[in-house]
Ligand binder design. Structure first.
Ligand SMILES: [Zn+2]
Length: 246
């Protein structure tokens, strides 16, 4: 399980770029350093522009896995998803309804989901902020696209009502996976594993907004068994990333 350098964790949520609003920044080299220092073997990356991700994945193909970040309001979004997967080797899609201003179950999202279904890739969404990224809308989307894996980034984020609703939605919909970054309550990770199932919770750091050192610790102190930790910190992510048409 542990690689040559003691690296074994898979991080399902990282970003590259400069974010002055948050006073954080991260380039590909710094991400690799951060991974090495925190036991992380591989990381999912999504950034804008997507070329940042592409260049990083090209440079570190054995460590980084690209997801393409698209805005469904842009006409080229579906063809960009196809290109990213077929030509760039990306493994999934990132959507941010809060930033781009649409509801997750709005029909404008359907073509992206249909393409994800054809390509057999997961779609990760930001979740946890009104009005555009609340769990109930993801339940509707999960109903309509039962064969697409929907990853709820932040599993409801900071608000207990949204965190509990994310767990409820995942319990009801087998194609919903919960990702742990930015959600403050370690106890809710254990609860998610118990109520949703150990295969549908994945660790993420949201670096550089979150730090892997505390995000990993949050999972480790949540009360999971060693086997459950191995699933949440590594195996579940690898399984999601091995889907795809290639
Ligand atoms: Zn993020």
């Amino acid at each position: 399980m542990v690689g040559a350098k003691g690296l074994w964790i898979v991080d399902f949520h990282t970003h590259l770029g400069d974010f002055p609003l948050f006073n954080v920044r991260l380039n590909a080299e710094e991400l690799i350093d951060l991974m090495n220092a925190n036991g992380i073997e591989r990381a999912v990356v999504f950034s804008l522009p997507n070329e940042l991700t592409l260049n990083a994945v090209k440079r570190y193909p054995d460590r980084l896995l690209g997801f393409v970040w698209v805005n469904p309001k842009e006409e080229a979004s579906v063809s960009l998803v196809r290109k990213a997967v077929n030509e760039w080797g990306f493994r999934g899609v990132k959507l941010h309804p809060l930033i781009d201003g649409y509801l997750p179950d709005d029909p404008i999202v359907y073509p992206i989901m249909e393409e994800a279904s054809r390509l057999r890739i997961p779609v990760i969404f930001h979740s946890g902020h009104p009005p555009w990224s609340l769990p109930w809308h993801y339940g509707n989307l999960a109903d309509r696209f039962p064969d697409v894996t929907i990853v709820l980034g932040h599993m409801g984020h900071g608000h207990i009502v949204y965190i509990n609703a994310s767990i409820d939605i995942a319990r009801k919909h087998e194609n919903v996976v919960l990702e742990t970054s930015g959600m403050p309550m370690h106890s809710k990770i254990k609860e998610a594993v118990e109520r949703v199932g150990v295969t549908r919770v994945v660790y993420g750091s949201d670096a550089p907004f979150g730090h892997p050192a505390f995000e990993i610790l949050k999972v480790k102190v949540s009360g999971l068994t060693d086997e459950e930790l191995r699933m949440v910190l590594r195996e579940n992510a690898l399984k999601l990333l091995s889907s795809g048409s290639g």
